[in-house]
Ligand binder design. Structure first.
Ligand SMILES: Nc1ncnc2c1ncn2[C@@H]1O[C@H](COP(=O)(O)OP(=O)(O)O)[C@@H](O)[C@H]1O
Ligand SMILES: [Mg+2]
Length: 331
């Protein structure tokens, strides 16, 4: 069952310096019980794509200028009222942002915030909610959870705040979790515990996850499918085994190769590539990766490649590249 289907999403910021097409015709889906990882270098539009789904793009200067975002295959969130979006956020779609302070209330204790969610969304009584809150903090690897309940966000370390934010996001038993680099400030052991928790929820409750990360180790561990974003477009999307191991798009391939060169076998953080990412203001008519691409041909400069669907080992795969397309057609 498809929880979320993003089709041709375009999100534009209208700034004094010009128009920034932060998301430029991106399409992807998240199925029930599936993790889709969204990867790509900084500025490629990952966070704006996530905010677009939830109706949280700051307006002005930004707004969705094209496309649809179907929830459960029918309800277009692009057209949903603010009231409906608010109802979905916090109820059925949970989100975890990079900056935990932006989603925690500084004036309320951790316990109050967590218990409120449990009372409101799960209809628990006070006592039950308290018990559950302690368990929820334990699940995100917070030691001595009873004593944490009374603390306020500013009394916690960055990593601890991140864990609290994740516990609150999951407390309402969402169907979809949108997580934007949620484990960046965490040490490896705690991160592993949280990824295990998400995996349990995925298997037990069919939680769908859109997971934005720079960490290819996290991708290979968590994702069933991966979408690689470059300059607002999904340049390749497919099963994790294909995209990480046998990428088709030259950008995805450059990522794979530089990660291997840096570390041998281990998958590290997304590496820096040679050359500059494209200016968000002056997007070329052709492929945005063309200036940095080793395989570029004449057409790449002037014509934007269409998205091309393939079937690889019975699984769907998409790529946007003239060269890959020509290879396919040449046999
Ligand atoms: N509030 C804003 N005003 C203008 N431009 C923005 C705003 N937020 C994001 N952008 C632009 O959108 C593009 C994508 O940003 P973002 O989605 O944050 O990238 P990522 O999460 O992949 O690092 C960038 O070029 C960024 O400058
Ligand atoms: Mg971001």
């Amino acid at each position: 069952m498809t929880l979320l289907a993003v089709n041709g999403l375009e999100t534009t910021f209208f700034t004094r310096e010009g128009e920034v097409r932060a998301v430029d015709g991106a399409s992807f889906t998240v199925e029930r019980g599936q993790v889709l990882c969204l990867v790509g270098e900084s500025g490629s539009g990952k966070s704006v794509a996530a905010l677009s789904i939830l109706g949280l793009v700051p307006n002005p200067p930004g707004r969705i200028t094209k496309g649809s975002i179907l929830w459960h295959g029918e309800e277009d969130l692009v057209r949903a009222s603010e009231r409906r979006l608010r109802e979905l956020r916090g109820n059925r779609i949970a989100m975890v942002f990079q900056d935990p302070m932006s989603s925690l209330n500084p004036y309320l204790s951790v316990g109050t915030q967590l218990i409120e969610v449990l009372e409101l969304h799960r209809g628990m009584g006070r006592r039950e909610a308290e018990k559950h809150a302690i368990r929820a903090l334990g699940e995100v690897a917070i030691p001595a959870p009873e004593s944490r309940l009374r603390q306020h966000p500013h009394e916690l370390s960055g990593g601890m705040r991140q864990r609290v934010m994740i516990a609150i996001a999951l407390a309402c038993e969402p169907e979809l979790l949108i997580a934007d680099e949620p484990t960046t400030a965490l040490d490896v052991t705690v991160q592993a515990q949280i990824l295990d928790l998400l995996d349990d929820l995925r298997q037990q409750r069919g939680l769908g996850v859109l997971f934005i990360t720079h960490d290819l180790g996290v991708v290979s561990r968590m994702a069933e499918r991966v979408a690689v974003m470059y300059a607002g477009r999904i340049v390749e999307e497919g099963h994790v085994d294909e995209v990480l191991v046998r990428p088709r798009h030259p950008y995805a391939e450059a990522l794979r190769r530089s990660t291997l060169r840096l570390t041998g076998e281990r998958l590290p953080k997304l590496p820096e590539l040679a050359g500059l990412p494209p200016s968000p203001f002056a997007r070329s008519a052709g492929c945005a990766f063309e200036p940095r691409c080793a395989l570029r041909v004449e057409a790449c400069r002037s014509v934007a490649p269409e998205e091309r669907g393939l079937t690889l080992f019975g699984r769907s795969h998409r790529v946007r590249c003239h060269v890959v397309l020509a290879e396919k057609e040449g046999g």
